[in-house]
Design a protein around this ligand. Structure first.
Ligand code: OAD
Length: 249
């Protein structure tokens, strides 16, 4: 991590500097939530790309909801890991902080991180297919599949599916933060799903120091200033120690 300290010195990072973190499924891997592109990312022989679409929901809402019900139960049974907790320490220490996550599992909030932009929604919220009204739903398992709204229409998960745009407010918040930040940590994302994968590119082009934490190389690896190879739960607590020590000086 010696090079991280050198890079921070060159950057002149302080507690007032804008800091962002972008996370993907890999940050929850050590909690036991399977990643999308790993080998465990299958359910009853369906790939995520076959179920997480508006077309799949239109064709067969019950099967899509069964899959979400299964994932809600799985996610609700998991706990935040040291990587989630390390990010919470950054949220507490840097006044100008934003966590941008592609994850829908809610583990960051359960770890106590407050300033979060959920780019792909949250699996514990539902949305009315008629008027778009969103509400929290923590029933695990669901009491009916597919669940219905009081108005008689179907409810859908309040998540972003393939082929859909990102929620506007979250999108703008994320890209504005990327343009403004001085440091961005990119943790546990394969960086192949856009527009989320463009966020670190925007940060880099705007002059930020971009540090990637991932056991494997990704399309971002050649672009970032530093690739820290390894598991988020092991590397991130050390990175945060360094950031806090450095900005304490
Ligand atoms: P992926 O499953 O594509 O990638 C997970 C990444 O985490 C990979 O690069 C792994 O190498 C890395 N990884 C695995 N274990 C790790 C660990 N312990 N610590 C750190 N990294 C680890 O997940 P995402 O990049 O999040 O979108 O996928 C992006 C989007 O595609 C998802 O939000 C979802 C998906 O389909 C939608 O559903 C719209």
């Amino acid at each position: 991590m010696e090079s991280l300290t050198d890079l921070l010195s060159e950057l002149g990072l302080t507690r007032q500097s804008p800091v962002t973190v972008l996370t993907g499924a890999g940050v929850s891997a050590e909690s036991g939530v399977p990643t999308f592109r790993g080998e465990e990312g299958l359910w009853k022989n369906f790939r995520a790309e076959e179920l997480a679409t508006p077309e799949a929901f239109e064709r067969d809402p019950a099967t899509v909801w069964e899959w979400y019900d299964y994932r809600r139960q799985m996610m609700a049974s998991k706990e935040p890991n040291p990587a989630h907790h390390a990010i919470t320490r950054l949220d507490e220490a840097f006044p100008n902080f934003l966590l941008i996550t592609q994850n829908i599992d809610g583990l960051h909030a359960r770890a106590g991180t407050r300033r979060i932009t959920e780019l792909h929604g949250n699996i514990f919220r539902v949305r009315c297919t008629r008027d778009g009204e969103v509400s929290e739903n923590l029933d695990v398992p669901l009491t009916e599949i597919p669940p219905g709204c009081e108005c008689g229409s179907l409810l859908r998960p309040d998540v972003v599916w393939f082929g859909e745009g990102l929620p506007r407010e979250e999108f703008e918040r994320a890209f504005n933060a990327a343009e403004a930040c001085k440091l961005m940590l990119v943790v546990g994302t394969s960086a192949v799903v856009h527009p989320a994968a463009s966020i670190p590119v925007v940060a880099k082009q705007a002059g930020a120091l971009v540090v990637e934490v991932n056991p494997d190389p990704t399309p971002l690896t050649d672009l970032v200033d530093l690739h820290l190879r390894g598991k988020a739960g092991e590397i991130l607590p050390r990175v945060v120690d360094i950031l806090l020590d450095f900005t304490d000086m």
